[in-house]
Write a new protein. Structure first.
Length: 323
């Protein structure tokens, strides 16, 4: 059986057609690639704020800065009203939103109950466990400073520290103090904890405690620290030459020796990084919460001088805020 012969002439005749087909295929592929949406970049993200507070707005600014520039943001303010938040949730469910950022505890609670079919990230919530912020589509960033990081900061400033005191209301921060007691023991530190149940009990309890310890650790306990008691606590400790370890830069500015704090913008930025990973399937939502990934160290050098404490130059150089 005779096979058709392939000649140079026939090859030259068919080559342009084959080349044209290959070019069309390549062009279509490139157009498809250009037209394919970047899920993280083209996403519509809803931001639900509990209220219009400066701290919340700083977190939102950090979140937006971390997201792709092509992201569409739709922002709602609950104005502190849960019922309004529930109405807004109905609008969110009817939208094309691919992810929700809940800012503040009220927004997080509304999101938990009302938003179940898209990923939810919450932030600016002090104690998520207390509010049971757990759902299969929800994760968040705790607005708290890990105790081990606080104790490490103490040790960096006061290397020989052995006995730390803390005042607390067991109904409000009992779980925190018990966790701290175990951690302190593992670090060779004795935590001397004194209970108070009312604000009136603070002055005598503080005086008794300060005579037994080398430093005072302040925790965010609304029974111990009020507008009226804060100045008394700081002043009494300094008068007795007992350094204070605070939980915010404001406390350090007011006289505490050292403190770790969280930048609200950094928390928002961390939420934005997490959102990008979720939208590109690098991270699956889970009920686990995350601690802040960046903490700010504040030192009061005036307090150190007053107390006769020398802080190493390395620690001073690493501080984010100096007073």
């Amino acid at each position: 059986m005779n096979q058709p012969r392939t000649t140079a002439a026939s090859t030259l005749k068919t080559a342009p057609r084959a080349l044209l087909l290959a070019c069309w295929a390549l062009a279509l592929f490139c157009l498809a690639a250009l037209g394919a949406p970047d899920r993280a970049g083209a996403a519509e993200v809803v931001i639900l704020k509990s209220a219009d507070l400066a701290a919340y707005n700083q977190a939102v600014a950090g979140f937006k800065a971390a997201m792709p520039s092509s992201t569409t943001f739709v922002e709602y303010d609950m104005q502190g009203d849960v019922a309004r938040g529930q109405k807004l949730a109905r609008k969110i469910r009817a939208s094309d939103a691919t992810l929700l950022l809940a800012v503040g505890v009220k927004a997080a609670l509304v999101a938990k109950l009302e938003i179940v079919d898209i990923p939810v990230i919450f932030c600016m919530v002090l104690d998520p466990a207390k509010h049971d912020l757990k759902a299969p589509n929800m994760t968040g960033i705790r607005l708290e400073i890990p105790i081990n990081r606080q104790f490490s900061a103490m040790r960096s400033v006061l290397p020989s520290l052995k006995r730390i005191g803390v005042l607390y209301d067991p109904e409000k921060t009992g779980h925190l103090v018990e966790e701290a007691r175990l951690l302190a023991k593992s670090m060779g530190i004795e935590l001397v904890a004194k209970q108070v149940n009312t604000e009136k009990e603070v002055p005598p309890a503080l005086r008794a405690l300060l005579s037994q310890v080398e430093a005072l650790w302040l925790v965010p306990d609304s029974t111990v620290l009020t507008e009226d008691s804060l100045k008394f606590v700081l002043g009494t400790a300094l008068d007795l030459n007992v350094p204070i370890i605070g939980f915010s830069s404001e406390l350090v500015r007011s006289g505490a020796l050292v403190g770790l704090s969280v930048s609200y913008e950094d928390v928002g930025r961390q939420a934005g990084v997490l959102a990008k990973k979720m939208l590109t399937d690098e991270y699956k939502p889970s009920s686990a919460t995350l601690p802040p990934d960046r903490l700010r160290l504040a030192l009061n050098l005036k307090t150190a001088k007053f107390l006769g404490i020398t802080i190493s130059p390395e620690v001073v150089n690493n501080a984010d805020e100096l007073y």
